[in-house]
Design a binder for this molecule. Structure first.
Ligand code: NAD
Length: 344
């Protein structure tokens, strides 16, 4: 039998995580740092693993994102927009093997299931913005939707059209008749600073961080406000293709998207890396240059490079099994985040 304390704690954690999730995903106004949310989520995951009878379908450990706001037209995702499982490293530990133990477990599982050694992975930064799905028909951008709860998102097409780096029409000939691209909308650090200076000049409240500013700016009912905020975009996946060949590897997908004129981060165009060593080298390298990057990242993402192997590994409830987010140690202090309560 599950001890009463554990039952109570699980209920407490679910209530807290539900509240923080709503504040973060639906209102763009978090009240606790991400590290605190992650800590509570991991505690609930551990409790549910220890006592499977505590598991629920509507648990925050099973869900993706938050409900789409009624103020927006709803978009049903033809391919669900999922989350990513994550691993952390304890950078205080000396020996690399111990430091990256969680990552090593991921790589071992993947290698075992594929019966391949070493596994080839595509590596990319984990952008700290919000996920968006773009639909191009015959090369023309016809729809943009937020992730919402993963199944239903918000139609933000007009707002996305104001993102200057995003092509409204794809480049080249022989375009696919349909292409659904997934990527991240974010705000560069310099644009965030400029926005907060403008807020100061107007005597308005400052935005808490670039992610918050990007989410608040994209989910505006008036696209003229979005147009005044400088948002950026990087593509990181393809969800659907019709009328063209699907490239064999993730790395080839990213290169193809770049030739179509979509913004793809340079790291994603590099050759794939091999095995745990390749992953660790990339992680430590990007961790060292994190502060110099013009945008915020909260980790890196590794994806099994070959599509046939991705398909073999498949998905669990809320995340692919062929990819993992390797999160950086928390930078934020455990103080209450002062967020701009900007409502749509
Ligand atoms: P996640 O951020 O852990 O991972 C999935 C997301 O990563 C995708 O939806 C995508 O948008 C993004 N991503 C960025 N770069 C990518 C790349 N190269 N390839 C693929 N995906 C990429 O997802 P999540 O489940 O939405 O969010 C959890 C995050 O949100 C945690 O960091 C958590 O701390 C934070 N959060 C904070 C609060 C709070 O109250 N502070 C509440 C809820 C969630």
């Amino acid at each position: 039998m599950t001890p009463t304390d554990d039952i109570q704690r699980a209920a407490e954690l679910r209530a807290l995580l539900d509240r923080y999730g709503r504040e973060y995903y639906e209102l763009d106004a978090p009240t606790v740092p991400d590290a605190e949310y992650d800590r509570l989520l991991r505690e609930l995951m551990a409790l549910e693993a220890r006592h499977p009878e505590l598991q629920r379908h509507d648990s925050p450990t099973r869900r993706v994102g938050g409900a789409p706001l009624d103020a927006f037209e709803q978009v049903a995702h033809a391919v669900p927009m999922l989350s990513l499982n994550n691993v952390f490293s304890d950078m205080q530990l000396e020996a690399p093997v111990e430091r990256h133990a969680e990552l090593a477990q991921f790589d071992e599982r993947v290698a075992r299931e594929l019966a391949v050694l070493p596994v080839e992975y595509a590596v990319e930064p984990k952008f700290d913005g919000l996920a968006i799905s773009l639909l191009y028909r015959d090369g023309v951008l016809v729809q943009a939707a937020t992730r919402g709860d993963g199944v239903t998102g918000e139609n933000v097409t007009e707002n996305v059209r104001t993102v200057r780096s995003l092509p409204l029409r794809l480049a080249g000939d022989n375009l696919p008749s349909l292409l659904e691209v997934r990527g991240e909308v974010l705000m560069f650090k310099a644009d965030f600073e400029r926005l907060n200076q403008a807020q100061d000049a107007l005597g308005e409240k400052r935005f808490a961080n670039p992610r918050n500013a990007a989410a608040g700016s994209l989910r505006q009912l008036d696209s003229r406000i979005t147009a005044k905020r400088r948002l950026s975009f990087f593509a990181y996946a393809i969800a659907r293709i019709e009328g063209a060949e699907w490239p064999d590897t993730h790395q080839a997908e990213m290169n193809w998207l770049a030739t179509l004129g979509l913004p793809v981060v340079e790291d994603a165009l590099r050759p794939a890396v091999r095995g745990l060593t390749g992953l660790v080298v990339y992680y430590e390298e990007i961790l060292a240059r994190r502060a110099e990057l013009p945008y915020d990242i909260d980790g890196v993402v590794y994806k099994v490079n070959r599509r046939d192997q991705q398909e073999q590994l498949g998905f669990v409830a809320r995340a692919p099994r062929f990819a993992i987010a390797h999160k950086f140690p928390a930078e934020e202090a455990l103080t209450v985040v002062e967020a701009v309560e900007e409502q749509v």
